[in-house]
Design a protein. Structure first.
Length: 151
């Protein structure tokens, strides 16, 4: 067996370093959402069709301030329910809550700390004025900044 050296990859991303990046530098704008009564199959189809790892469950949260997303169904919870033969399960039952909300201008390092503190891999990014969701930030997005961020 021969060893091959990792060749440096010159990506096309222009990215801030983790020290200087904000949530808006790394987040995915827009949000893929479903109704609370969506079935496991419907949510799975959404994730697969859009190649995403989470779907927001819409409805007004009971958090203060209110957010229009009250839960997130991530791929791991979806797989757990599917293996347990939970085809009758709805997004309401699968959704993890409370959600973690961050703002676009928040330092990315602080948002990553919030993710670690709450043990989540996805957070909802909300407009600070309208309190409406504007995107999603995942741990993979943070990894992208670590990989491609310029010092």
């Amino acid at each position: 067996m021969t060893e091959t050296a990792l060749q440096p990859f010159h990506g096309s991303y222009l990215m801030q370093s983790l020290e200087h990046a904000t949530v808006s530098d790394a987040m995915h704008p827009g949000i893929l959402s479903c109704e609370p009564d969506a079935t496991l199959t419907e949510v799975a189809k959404m994730m697969a069709a859009h190649h995403v790892h989470c779907v927001a469950v819409i409805g007004i949260s009971h958090e203060n301030p209110e957010c229009f997303v009250w839960g997130i169904v991530d791929d791991l919870e979806l797989v757990k329910a599917g293996i347990a033969d939970g085809t009758d399960v709805t997004a309401r039952a699968l959704a993890t809550e409370p959600i973690v909300v961050v703002e676009p201008g928040m330092p990315l390092r602080d948002a990553a700390r919030e993710m670690l503190t709450h043990g989540v891999s996805h957070v909802i990014v909300t407009d600070p004025v309208a309190q409406r969701p504007v995107g999603v930030l995942s741990t993979l997005d943070v990894a992208g900044v670590l990989a491609w961020g310029e010092a």
